[in-house]
Design a protein around this ligand. Structure first.
Ligand code: ATP
Ligand code: MG
Length: 562
């Protein structure tokens, strides 16, 4: 095991340590097996960090394998998005991408093998009958009348299923296990179903029968010599079936299935089916909408790969229920950006300031630090002139209380990285709205306190009105206003809990000119406002910045309000 671990120990690492110590395995091989029927979400990130992280720490291997047995819901778009997201998280999978569909021929032969062993049969009950025969949690099922077909007859019909002789839903290849098993998964589960007329993204129209997930998954693991097949707890009841297929077929490699609890994140959902619904119903702008808990959405929101890996580390891996507060995810990105993001100034709601005593034709290039603590991050030039913007929220005609440290009529404030200014006059329009402030600057106060000893406590941000870049800023809030939107006990649907104010768009913002060179995805701290990231698209030629996270934890407040 290498020294640098991606995570602290957990019950899975203990299993691996034991297996290696006992010589059961000499190398750890894990896999991450998404079905390409949607984009990956934050829950998948947990599974990716776990599986790839173990491979890294134990000098083993982790396969990226698409579990692509359900072509109607899958697509190349999803295959590509998943690869992009895993790579972006910082993991690589040895150049080879695995597909369960690469094994279709072998799986077919495994199915033939089961028939020959008298352990599988072709059933002609329709869906309704099959359901009735299955029984319930409290009642045993009944044997199908087709259960005692001869091996020859089963082989013949199965071969004709493959050849396309039968219509969808007329025939099903089933394992012959135990219709009275208390575990419903063992009541003669389906192995192959007929699907005509679908084009599979990898195998085209080669097949008209498709293997079921449980059959495919264990055998794909075995074919790839996976040592530990790590999955979420809902597969615990499927483990006996996983083992049954491998034992019955007597395969050389029998991986060990280990279950852990899935990540559930408050105020959002981690179900691909429901995320698909949000996208298809147009309730969000797409899979990478910055409000989505998808990896693509988080990336566009400004999350970094390191922050998601850190999150996976902090939440850990257990078998108990894992409902995590949003504040936990946010603190990971806040900690990262606090340390690494360049500081910039952006005015969200501009208010014009005219400096009456500053030479109108003059432009000063102020040198301002990119980071208050990290000197190595250097400085940038911020132009200063007689016309500036400050934020409307930083001015009031009269201070409401002593805590108000911003600008008031007749009061003074320091411009970040610049001079102290005093407000002399407030200009209003016909409706009484403040449109401009006339101020004076104190030329003796650049980078130093006033010589006369007067104290100016407030510091506000600003942008040169002549040099600033117009920008659009999108302020995001939680997508749902219920901590567990898909488990809300009010009889409704999770979409009833969508927060109508999850996006606020500010179109009149101004950012300092040095931001103009940024690349899509670059993150900044806009001083006193929060962490923002440059979006991939522009609006009317203007750059767009997405709020990644505020400067402080706003979740604690929400919790208190209930
Ligand atoms: P969903 O329930 O969102 O549709 P899924 O399990 O059907 O997810 P897959 O593509 O099959 O999606 O998932 C790939 C892997 O990611 C599986 O091993 C699964 O156990 C794991 N995974 C899915 N959701 C979570 C989660 N919330 N937390 C941890 N791991 C997860
Ligand atoms: Mg799944």
């Amino acid at each position: 095991m290498s020294e640098e671990r991606t995570a602290p120990s957990n019950f899975i690492r203990q299993i691996l340590d034991n297996d290696l110590a006992e010589g059961k395995h000499s190398k750890v091989v894990t896999r991450f097996p998404p079905e390409p029927n949607g984009y990956l979400h934050i829950g998948h990130a947990k599974s990716i960090c776990l599986n790839f992280g173990l491979a890294e720490d134990y000098n083993g291997r982790c396969h990226l394998r698409f579990d692509d047995t359900n072509p109607q819901k899958e697509s190349v778009e999803f295959v590509e998005a998943i690869q992009r997201d895993v790579a972006w998280l910082g993991f690589e999978w040895g150049g080879k991408t695995y597909y369960a569909s690469d094994y279709f021929e072998r799986l077919y032969h495994y199915a033939v093998e089961l028939i020959k062993l008298g352990k599988a049969y072709v059933c002609e009950l329709n869906a309704e009958q099959t359901r009735k025969y299955r029984g319930t949690l409290t009642e045993a099922g009944k044997n199908s009348p087709y259960r005692h077909r001869s091996v020859e007859e089963n082989l013949d019909i199965f071969q004709r299923m493959r050849a396309g002789e039968f219509a969808d839903g007329t025939m099903l290849l089933r394992a012959k296990i135990d219709m009275a098993s208390p575990n419903i998964n063992l009541r003669d589960p389906a192995i192959y179903r007929i699907r005509h007329g679908v084009i599979h993204h990898q195998t085209g129209s080669e097949w008209c029968i498709y293997p079921m997930y449980d059959f495919t998954h264990c055998l794909s693991d075995s074919i790839e010599s996976i040592t530990h097949s790590i999955c979420t707890l809902e597969f615990e009841d499927h483990r006996p079936l996983y083992d049954w297929y491998l034992d019955t077929l007597g395969v050389a490699c029998h991986p060990q299935q280990i279950e852990f609890s899935r990540l559930e994140l408050q105020y959002t959902i981690t179900s691909k089916r429901k995320l698909t619904q949000l996208v298809e119903q147009g309730l969000v702008e797409g899979w990478d909408d910055p409000r989505m808990p998808t990896i693509a959405g988080l990336r566009r929101r400004g999350y970094t790969p390191g922050s998601l890996r850190e999150f996976a580390k902090r939440i850990g891996v257990t078998k108990s229920r894992n409902e995590v507060e949003m504040g936990m995810l946010e603190s990971c990105i806040r900690d990262d950006l606090n340390e690494n993001a360049m500081r910039r100034m952006a005015v969200l709601q501009p208010l014009k300031v005219i400096l009456s005593n500053y030479d109108q034709s003059k432009v000063e290039e102020l040198n301002v630090a990119n980071h208050p603590q990290q000197e190595a991050m250097g400085k940038r030039i911020v132009p200063f002139c007689s016309e500036l913007y400050i934020d409307k929220a930083d001015f009031l005609e009269v201070a409401p209380n002593k805590k108000f440290k911003r600008l008031v009529t007749g009061g003074e404030v320091r411009l970040r990285g610049g001079y102290i200014i005093r407000c002399d006059e407030v200009i209003k329009d016909a409706q009484g709205e403040i449109i401009e402030l006339h101020c004076r600057y104190d030329p003796e106060t650049l980078g130093k306190n006033p010589a006369d000893g007067r104290k100016v406590k407030g510091v506000i941000h600003w942008v040169s009105a002549r040099h600033g870049t117009p920008a659009e800023i999108r302020l995001y809030d939680r997508l749902f206003n219920h901590p567990t939107p898909d488990a809300a006990k009010d009889g409704g649907d999770f979409t009833d809990h969508i927060n109508p104010d999850s996006l606020r768009t500010l179109t009149q913002c101004v950012v300092e000119p040095s931001v103009a060179n940024a690349k899509a995805g670059d993150g900044f701290q806009f001083e006193r406002e929060g962490y923002f990231c440059l979006d991939r698209e522009q609006v009317h030629g203007k750059p767009v910045f997405n709020l990644t996270v505020g400067l402080r934890d706003s979740w604690a407040k929400i919790e208190k309000k209930g």
